[in-house]
Design a protein around this ligand. Structure first.
Ligand code: ARG
Length: 589
């Protein structure tokens, strides 16, 4: 495991050294290196520096160039325009750097300089309810962030804050007491998808029936209310029935997560109920510190900058006037648990942007309490709404929320059709397996390739298209490379640093070299779409390379080896990058 500095960072370092050698009075100035179309890199930092030192930028730039000692990496540096440096690295430097990456199973990507413990709150559906597209986004984005952060060396603790507590359970449990066989299964547990479906349809039926009864039968309503009290006071029989709802829902959740090709471990599922024992204490601490005050019987936290349309302050209600605890009390208790017991220094919440005000108030309250501070901070990775093709929030034609499983099944069907059409030597089983990998990949990629904060249109036709910025395009690029590597037979990939590179080889090589830096940026900013963008560009560079540079029919055997080497490293980088997004790269498509 050896990390490999990128050419960009090597060049940046050489320039910085030359800058301080030529202009000691500049202190440590940043040469501001960027990738560029004119050369490989351009440095713009001398302009600002010249202004500061009141010098002529072109002259200063010349002095910096003179101060760079002879070396193998730089082929050419020229001063251009008002005082930019255009820098071209040597072909040898590119190939040698890539060879060092290829020799490492992490592709030379270093661990982050500073790592700690992050708790990620994601994939948090609600018990006894259907999962919808919002839950999909949280799961997909959260899962990618978990993988990316772990890859950088961060210790990641996953928390699935499922909605498993609340007054609706009084009604559900009471109904189940009066109709004890409503949750029984007909299918066996061996078929997870079928039993997941059955679990949800049982829960749905029970939910609707109990709601109808609750709304029409005053006596049932009263019994349900008593049942809430029994639940909250920990009555054993009531808790056991509540547990049945949770278990039943988990069968369903796990079947959906399974379809999503996502691993969710039971110990990481700590829902709202998991903080039940802390709620009293959380309120007491808030009140003792004066952070929360009583207002009209409720325990509230006020904020100067949070007001309703009428200009009156809108408080965060920690305990309602009837003594019930809400969402805020649970979230505040969860923060205490995550910071004090799990020893997290970063808390990430992958939650719908429509809950941003809630989190702003919860985080601010926790800061006032000192639960969040310089050593422990929290961020919401807020995501936008999923829209239908018409640009309105995604609904069925009847105006109902779309069931997540239906969407997944449809994506898999469409993808299987695409795979079947292209398939040459695939068996039916292989088509089914690839169809699932392509269909689920398509859904994940569509979500991850736009900035999380933005709304996006759910358009299956576009998602499974072979052209454009889709996972299928990336998966085909990967599979095509594998097929070339198979065809190469005993001609093996081997880096040949002595060979001159064609423009398309240089462009591909320099992009491959940026993988580690891209990941560092993505991990730091929680922006997986930048990884998706990087991979798409990688596949595009590869497509150009493939069109311009014959691999198996190259001029010399050495050139074939070197091109196979570029193919192989591209494939490995695609594979690793896609895996971090939670997307499979089948060897054959
Ligand atoms: N269950 C909630 C929902 O479906 C999301 C929970 C988000 N996490 C949290 N710690 N509040 O909207």
């Amino acid at each position: 495991m050896a990390s490999v500095p990128s050419l960009a960072s090597t060049v940046q370092q050489r320039l910085a050294d030359a800058l301080s050698a030529a202009l000691p009075e500049a202190g440590s100035a940043d040469p501001l290196l960027r990738r560029s179309d004119r050369a490989d890199f351009q440095a713009n930092g001398i302009l600002a520096l010249a202004k500061r030192l009141k010098g002529n930028p072109r002259e200063l730039a010349g002095q910096v160039v003179d101060a760079i000692p002879a070396n193998d990496e730089l082929r050419e540096i020229e001063v251009s325009g008002p005082g930019f440096l255009n820098i071209t690295v040597s072909d040898r430097a590119i190939t040698s750097t890539l060879a060092a990456r290829a020799a490492d199973d992490r592709l030379g990507v270093p661990h982050a300089a500073k790592t700690g413990t992050t708790v990620i709150d994601y994939a948090q559906p609600n018990v006894a309810k259907e999962m919808h597209v919002g839950h999909l986004r949280s799961a997909v984005i959260g899962d990618a962030m978990v993988k990316i952060l772990e890859f950088t060396g961060e210790q990641v603790i996953r928390r699935h804050h499922i909605g498993d507590w609340g007054t609706q359970f009084g009604m559900l449990i009471q109904y189940l007491i009066e109709h004890p066989h409503e949750l029984d299964h007909k299918t066996g547990p061996e078929d997870s998808a079928a039993s997941g479906e059955e679990a949800m349809s049982n829960l749905n039926r029970l939910y609707k029936a109990s709601r109808a009864r609750f709304d029409s039968d005053e006596e049932f309503k009263a019994r349900s209310r008593d049942r809430v009290v029994a639940l909250q006071s920990g009555d054993e029989e009531t808790l056991a029935l509540w547990q049945r709802f949770v278990d039943e829902s988990k069968i369903y959740f796990y079947s959906v997560f399974g379809k999503l090709d996502m691993e969710i471990d039971d110990p990481d599922v700590v829902g709202e109920s998991g903080y039940n024992d802390m709620l009293d204490e959380t309120c007491r601490l808030l009140e003792e510190a004066g952070v929360a005050v009583r207002s009209e019987g409720a325990l509230c936290v006020f904020f100067d900058d949070v007001k309703g349309p009428d200009g009156n302050p809108v408080p965060l209600i920690v305990r309602k006037s009837n003594g019930g605890y809400g969402y805020a009390a649970t979230d505040l208790s969860a923060i205490r648990d995550r910071v004090h017991h799990l020893k997290a220094d970063t808390l990430v919440y992958v939650v719908d942007a429509r809950q941003s005000l809630h989190f702003r108030m919860v985080f601010e309250t926790a800061r006032r309490m000192g639960w969040l501070n310089e050593d422990a901070h929290a961020v919401q990775l807020a995501f936008g709404t999923v829209l239908g093709k018409d640009g309105k929030p995604f609904k069925t034609r009847e105006g109902e929320t779309v069931r997540l499983v239906d969407l997944l099944d449809e994506a898999i069907d469409r993808a299987s059709a695409v795979v079947r059409e292209k398939a040459q030597d695939l068996t039916e089983d292989e088509i089914a397996e690839r169809g699932a990998q392509v269909g689920i990949g398509a859904i994940k990629y569509a979500d991850l390739s736009t900035s999380a904060a933005r709304d996006y249109k759910f358009d299956l036709d576009q998602m499974v298209s072979l052209n454009g910025d889709t996972s299928v395009y990336l998966q085909y690029a990967y599979a095509r490379i594998q097929s070339i590597l198979r065809k190469a037979g005993d001609r093996r990939p081997a880096a040949r640093p002595e060979l001159a590179l064609a423009p398309a080889e240089r462009a591909l090589g320099l992009h491959l070299d940026q993988f580690g830096e891209t990941l560092a940026e993505v991990a730091e900013s929680y922006e997986p779409h930048k990884l998706a963008g990087y991979l798409y560009q990688l596949a595009s560079h590869y497509t150009t390379f493939y069109a311009e540079c014959p691999v198996l029919k190259a001029d010399t055997p050495e050139q074939t080896e070197n091109r196979l080497f570029l193919c192989d490293l591209t494939a490995r980088t695609l594979h690793q990058g896609m895996a971090l997004l939670g997307i499979r790269t089948p060897e054959r498509l």
